[in-house]
Each structure stands twice: as structure tokens, then as C-alpha cells.
Design a protein around this ligand. Structure first.
Ligand SMILES: Nc1ncnc2c1ncn2[C@@H]1O[C@H](COP(=O)(O)OP(=O)(O)OP(=O)(O)O)[C@@H](O)[C@H]1O
Length: 222
């Protein structure tokens, strides 16, 4: 469960307002965040991931994000829009292994192989991670984040680089766990429509929320 109360993000030097007094309780298992370029979606994702300072209150599992980053790090996973910036380790296998540190050592190899297979990355296991294509990198970022078994997943445009086949696979993987809360930021309105709750962000505010949010958004952009 995520609770936002008067969340505002401003940035220097001219105090531009990136999120304007946003309040909402996000309690559906899957929530889509939609809206135009520059409306504030990634800003919200960054607040929830502890990457941006804010005023007001943003709580995940009753823990204030700004002061509970360490506690939340084990429970909240984020896929950022720029997957290359998220891949930390030199090789594909090592990047996923880093996410498996919570497991007993004797389980790690088998789990690594299972993750590689599940994400169709086995053929790249020993490749330098940064030699992957953009779409392959995006799938690696997802594999590494899901391997940490987060109970909240914030996915910022996780399918933008993917061909139709992998967009379908990743779409399924995002929704695969019933125990995980998904916050999905996307321009793919078909994917957004699969979410139980839909929030349209416009001009740094929530413009509309609910099953008709996609229709309202489409009417707005004409
Ligand atoms: N450091 C900054 N200084 C000034 N403006 C910023 C800064 N960071 C972001 N912005 C602006 O804040 C607005 C919201 O950005 P954000 O990344 O949240 O948009 P978005 O809804 O995710 O857009 P997109 O669909 O293009 O990914 C944009 O207009 C962006 O240019």
C-alpha cells in the first residue's frame, strides 16, 4: 500500500514544480500511471524509489520513503526508464547474481539459471552487460530487479525498447505475481488497461483516476 499526502517536488534554480500537491492512496495490486511527456510520471516514480527529495508525505508499507530508504530497499524494486544506467555489474550473469545475495549460497547457481531462462537471457550470460542491445538491457534490468523478489515493483516504461514478442513476455512477467504491487508508468495504453487502477497525471497533478482515465486522457490529447 502506498500513501501520498500533498507530495510536492520542486527543483532549483527557479523552483520549477515537477509534482504539485499530489495526494492518493494506491492500494490496488496493479496501478497504471499515464500521461503526456513531461507531466510528472517519472518524478512520482523517483519519489517512490527514494531518488528525489519531496515535501509532504510518501509512505510505502507505512514507512516514509525519505527516512526509510534502507528498510524499503529490500522491499521496493524499481526499473528506471534508462535501463543502461541500472545495470551495475560487468557481465549479465553477475548482474543477476548481485540480486541473489539474499539466497543461501548453494541455491544461487540454480536460481541464476532459472532467472536467465525465464527472461530468455541464457545465451548472454557471460556477455559484458553493456554489450547488450537496448531491449536486451531492458530485459536484464527487469530480470535483476525481479530476482530480488520485491513486494512493490515500480516500473517506469519497462517495455519501450522491446519488440512485440518481448513486450508481450515482459507484459506477462510484470503482472505474474499476485503478491507484488505493481506501479506501472507507461505510454502503452493497452498495457495500462490491464491494471486495476489507472491514474492520469497532467501538469504535475492527478487529472483523473479510474477505469475511464484512459478515455479522458485520449479525449484530452485529441
Ligand atoms: N532538474 C530539473 N529541472 C527542471 N525541470 C526538470 C528537472 N527534472 C525534470 N524536469 C521537468 O519536469 C517535468 C516532469 O518530468 P518527468 O520526467 O516526471 O516527466 P514524465 O511524465 O515522466 O515524462 P515522459 O513521458 O516524457 O517520460 C518535465 O517537464 C521535465 O523536463
Amino acid at each position: 500500500m502506498i500513501e501520498l499526502q500533498n507530495v510536492t517536488v520542486t527543483v532549483k534554480p527557479d523552483d520549477a514544480v515537477l509534482l504539485d500537491n499530489v495526494s492518493a492512496t494506491l492500494d490496488a495490486p496493479t496501478t497504471a500511471i499515464i500521461g503526456e511527456n513531461g507531466s510528472g510520471k517519472s518524478t512520482l516514480a523517483k519519489v517512490l524509489s527514494g531518488l528525489l527529495d519531496y515535501t509532504g508525505s510518501a509512505k510505502i508499507h507505512d514507512i516514509e520513503v525519505a527516512t526509510g530508504r534502507k528498510q524499503l530497499a529490500r522491499r521496493v524494486g524499481m526499473i528506471i526508464a534508462n535501463a543502461a544506467a541500472q545495470v551495475i555489474m560487468p557481465s549479465v550473469a553477475e548482474d543477476i547474481e548481485l540480486s541473489l545475495r539474499h539466497l543461501p549460497k548453494d541455491q544461487r547457481q540454480a536460481t541464476l539459471e532459472a532467472v536467465l531462462a525465464e527472461h530468455d537471457l541464457a545465451e548472454f550470460a557471460d556477455r559484458p552487460a553493456l554489450s547488450l542491445s537496448s531491449g536486451q538491457l531492458q530485459r536484464l534490468a527487469l530480470a535483476s530487479v525481479l530476482a530480488t523478489r520485491p513486494d512493490v515493483l515500480i516500473a517506469d516504461e519497462p517495455t519501450t525498447m522491446l519488440d512485440a514478442r518481448y513486450a508481450k513476455l515482459v507484459g506477462e512477467q510484470l503482472f505474474a505475481s499476485e503478491d507484488r504491487q505493481l506501479i506501472l508508468i507507461t505510454h502503452d495504453l493497452q498495457l495500462a488497461a490491464k491494471c486495476q487502477d489507472i491514474i492520469w497525471i497532467h501538469d504535475a497533478k492527478i487529472a483523473h483516476r479510474g477505469s475511464d482515465a484512459i478515455d479522458r486522457y485520449l479525449e484530452h490529447i485529441g
